[in-house]
Design a protein. Sequence first.
Length: 301
Amino acid sequence: MIRSWLRPLCGVLVAVVVVGSAACTASRVPPPDGPVFVGSPTSSAVPSSVASATAAPTASAVPAPTVSAVPGATRVGTRAPVVDHGPRTGAKVALTFDADMTDGMLASLRAGRVKSYANLRILDLLEREEVSATFFLTGKWVQRYPDVTRRIADNPRFELANHTYGHAAFTGDCYDLPSLPVDELAGDVAKTFEVIKPYGGRQTRYFRFPGLCHDAATLDALAPLGVTVVDGDVVSGDPFATAWKPLVRAVLDHVRPGSVVIMHVTEANAAMTDEALPHILDGLRERGLVPAPLSEVLTTA
């Protein structure tokens, strides 16, 4: 089921102009407060430690996982938990950036219809101001932008998370996204972890569904992987936005301690994000809120 506070408005493959808080990860009303955070990861089967890549990695067969304590790791064999935010204490918030990539987006790049789906101005600003962030990467985006992925992985303030291999939907009626059957979900997500793994850095077992579209069947399908599904409680509305001020309002009007903010690093589909980000960072500082890696936000007591 798609949560009742999601409003289907646009798809990654459809060039729909959406202003303000409307977005592909959707305008939505933040969920009610409640115990929706995950504490320290439990023992789980996950891939072994990884080393930094020295060349652009390619997808490979997924080996059997081994036990490790990676942020977001949960007990293998149980339904994947879903979190929206961390504890409402302290001052930390998580800035998360989705890196979408579909076959249609790759075709647009090859045809020259768009210039880039990697907004380097966002990285420049985060690095210059020493701001922590978490990037939910699709495997196809990583393979299209290996140097940018390495730049993300090499920054100790950035975490790497999973956003499927090709930004496909695994439920029906999910923003006109390309779709795959649910029985292919675990393999798709596992493949993406393998694509990301050689880059090293601060890797996690956090996973975000494209469009935030999931139901009981998809959560059960993730049980063999030991992941935590991360939605978020603050949606910027940056995909296809035509002005930056509504994005700033969408974030600052709803952000609270423990919030997980959803933005995008896909420049051609989210052209206003880099313009909004400096104002968002200023607003967080004025509110006494500090961006932190997702793992720290979800486990802060």
